[in-house]
Design a protein around this ligand. Structure first.
Ligand code: BEZ
Length: 252
């Protein structure tokens, strides 16, 4: 699923996405200088981080607006527009890295995406990634669903949040050897007094599009209110994130 990103607001309120992604780099065992594809690079922060660590990293994304921002922020890095479900390359990578992206790919296209990642790797190349796992942001999505339906809209949930068995099996089916796969809760603090409503408007724009534009903010605020007993504390809002993190290798 591709959405129109509000890149400025993303940078201001959701930069934690890239910050958390830095921890994932420790799963890479490819040496410095290795060619790495940052799959779904967004604004390019993690591509730049990989380069700062000595990797020969380049970023790919399906969103024109995110890429424009990445090129503006990091003009020396190569960024290019491709959707992984249609991507192929004649110059395979040592590693593919991906943070908070794979859950955006429709479930019926997951297999195509993973086969394309595998083909884009050299033999022995590694795929290191993190995505939303089963149960991810369930409290938020369930509140949003109730609120959209109460307003007469149809709720369509577009994300793919698998568990470790389902995704591990899919990776194997697509040609990988799975070295490591784990699912864990990662409560994620959000900024601002309306952190959940802002999150909904940024990341659940597709679900909200079931309503008229003028009703969307009200709906997001009402959904936020429904989450208050579980996700609001004196320190602010926390999203109920669940992560699926893995390392898979293309056999030699
Ligand atoms: C996530 O990173 O878990 C996520 C981001 C946007 C929408 C849904 C989930």
């Amino acid at each position: 699923m591709n959405i129109d990103w509000k890149t400025d607001e993303y940078g201001k309120k959701f930069s934690f996405v890239g910050e958390y992604g830095k921890g994932l780099v420790s799963l890479l065992s490819a040496g410095k200088g290795a060619r790495v594809l940052d799959l779904g690079c967004g604004r390019g922060e993690l591509t730049a981080y990989l380069r700062s660590l000595g990797y020969d990293a380049e970023g790919m994304d399906a969103s024109e607006s995110q890429l424009d921002e990445a090129k503006r922020l990091f003009p020396k890095i190569r960024f290019f527009r491709e959707d992984i479900t249609g991507f192929s390359t004649e110059n395979p990578y040592d590693a593919v890295f991906s943070n908070a992206v794979l859950h955006w790919i429709d479930s019926e296209k997951q297999k195509t995406a993973l086969v394309n990642v595998c083909k884009a790797l050299k033999r022995g190349g590694e795929f290191v990634a993190e995505m939303g796992g089963k149960g991810n942001a369930e409290i938020i999505h369930s509140a949003l669903k109730d609120e959209i339906m109460r307003r007469g809209g149809e709720y369509r949930h577009a994300f793919f949040f698998p568990d470790e068995k389902e995704y591990g099996d899919l990776l194997k089916e697509c040609g990988f050897e799975v070295k490591y796969i784990v699912r864990f809760d990662r409560p994620t603090p959000l900024c601002g007094q309306d952190g959940i409503a802002d999150w909904i408007e940024m990341f659940a724009a597709y679900e909200l599009s079931a309503l008229n534009e003028k009703d969307r903010r009200d709906c997001a605020l009402a959904a936020q209110e429904r989450c208050a007993n579980k996700l609001l504390s004196p320190s602010g809002w926390t999203a109920d994130y669940v992560r699926l993190r893995f390392k898979a290798v293309k056999p030699r």
